[in-house]
Write a protein that binds this ligand. Sequence first.
Ligand SMILES: Nc1ncnc2c1ncn2[C@@H]1O[C@H](COP(=O)(O)OP(=O)(O)O)[C@@H](O)[C@H]1O
Ligand SMILES: [Mg+2]
Length: 343
Amino acid sequence: MNICFLMYPWEQITPEADSTLALIHECVKRGHGVAMCTPSNLTIRNSVTNAFCRVINRAEKISNSPKSFYKKVTLRDEMLPLAGFDVIFMRSNPPLDPIMLNFLDSVNDDVFIMNSLNGVREANNKLYTAVFDDPENEIIPVTHVSKNKDYIIKMIKESTSDKMILKPLNGYGGSGVILIEKNAMLSINSLLDFYINKSDGTTDYVILQEYIEGAEKGDVRILMLNGKPVGAMKRVPGEGDHRSNISAGGSIAKHTLTPQEKKLCRKIGPKLVKDGLFFVGLDVINGKLVEVNVMSPGGITYINKVYKTRIQEKVIDFIEDEVQVKSNAFKRKAKLRKTVEDA
Ligand SMILES: Nc1ncnc2c1ncn2[C@@H]1O[C@H](COP(=O)(O)OP(=O)(O)O)[C@@H](O)[C@H]1O
Ligand SMILES: [Mg+2]
C-alpha cells in the first residue's frame, strides 16, 4: 500500500524517541510506499488536492534500527495527488489547523484517513472529555470551561478542595497548566485576564479542574488502538514541577494498567471507535481521564523500550486490515456493477 504521513518536518525528528519515525520505519520494512508532507505543503492543483511530498526511496537493504534508517534513507521531492494514496496518517502536532482538514475533506471518500477527520474535528481540544457521560465523576474529573471570570472565581470558592488546576483549552505539552490554591487567590484576577483576554483582542476559554489527588506521583499515558489499550507508561513529574509531560521534564516508568484504568478504557473505547479515533493517547491521573490526544500521540518508543514491545507493528497491522476491507468493498462493487451493466 501507499501511505502519506501528514506530519511535522522530517528534520525535526529526534530519531531515538520519535513515534512517527517508528511507524514510518515499520511501513518501509514491510515494503509499503511512504511519502511525507507537512500541512503547509497541501496544494490544490486545478481542483485536485495534491501535496508537495518527500518520498522515501526504496532501498535494497533497510536498517533495523530507526536511528540508522533515519540517517541512511534517501528522499526525493514529488508533487502527488492525495487521493492516490491508500492511507493518510495524520501525525501533525497540535494546535489543529482547520484548513488542513478542509483540504482532506476533498479526499475523504478515496483514502483511509487516520484518525478520521470528524473525530479529529470533535476531539482536538480538551472539551472532548465532556462527551462522556459520567455524573458521579468516576472517570472524568470535575471540570468547568468558561470565558466568564466571575464564574471561574465562584467555582474556585465553592470547591470543597483547596487545590485546583487551571489550564488553557488548547494547550499541549503541559504549557500553561498551573496549580491554584484557595488560600492564595490574590493573583487570580490577573491570571484569568491573562488566560482569557489575549493581547490581540481575542478571547480564549480556560479550564478549571479539580486537582486529582495522586498527580504528584505521576500520570499514565495509555495508547489506545481501535478502542483497546495497546500500551501504557507512567510519567513522573520532574523535580519542582507538578506536570508530568515529558516536554515539561517528566520521566518515564513502567506501568501495568489498574482495574480502574481498564474500566476506563472499556467505557470510552467504543465511543473512540465510533468517532473514528483509532489511535489515540489517553492522559489518565489516578484512574481519571484528563485528556484524549488525537493529533499525534507519542509514547510508542518509550513503551517499546520499557516493555520490549513493538507497538508500531500493531498499528500498521490495523491499517493494513482497514485498507484490505476498503479494497474488498471496492472490488465487490466493481463486480456487481459489471453484472448490472452486462444484464
Ligand atoms: N486535574 C489535574 N490534576 C492534577 N494534575 C493535573 C491535572 N490536569 C493536568 N495535570 C498535570 O498537568 C499535565 C498536563 O495536563 P494536560 O491536561 O494533559 O495538558 P497538556 O495538553 O498540556 O498535556 C498532566 O500530565 C498532569 O501532570
Ligand atoms: Mg497531556
